[in-house]
Design a protein. Structure first.
Length: 74
């Protein structure tokens, strides 16, 4: 299990938009996030909101870091 999580995280770190449309890039990275979720156990209810908020922030940052330079602000 730890090996699978490591491999998924490794791909997430290196994935970029490249020549893909933004929608294709999002679909590809989202499928990795979903796969990662299958390996992680859920937190108790009282921790779930904080955990989900942090996870969404991490995912937003990963997505933005992988976009092409044409999407970066001037």
């Amino acid at each position: 299990m730890t090996h699978a999580i490591f491999q998924i995280q490794k791909v997430i770190v290196i994935i970029t938009q490249g020549t893909m449309f933004v929608s294709s890039y999002y679909i590809q990275i989202k499928s990795l996030w979903d796969e990662l979720d299958t390996y992680r156990s859920s937190s108790p209810y009282y921790q779930m909101k904080t955990h989900n908020d942090e996870k969404e922030e991490d995912r937003l940052m990963q997505f933005l870091m992988g976009l092409n330079d044409t999407y970066k602000g001037a």
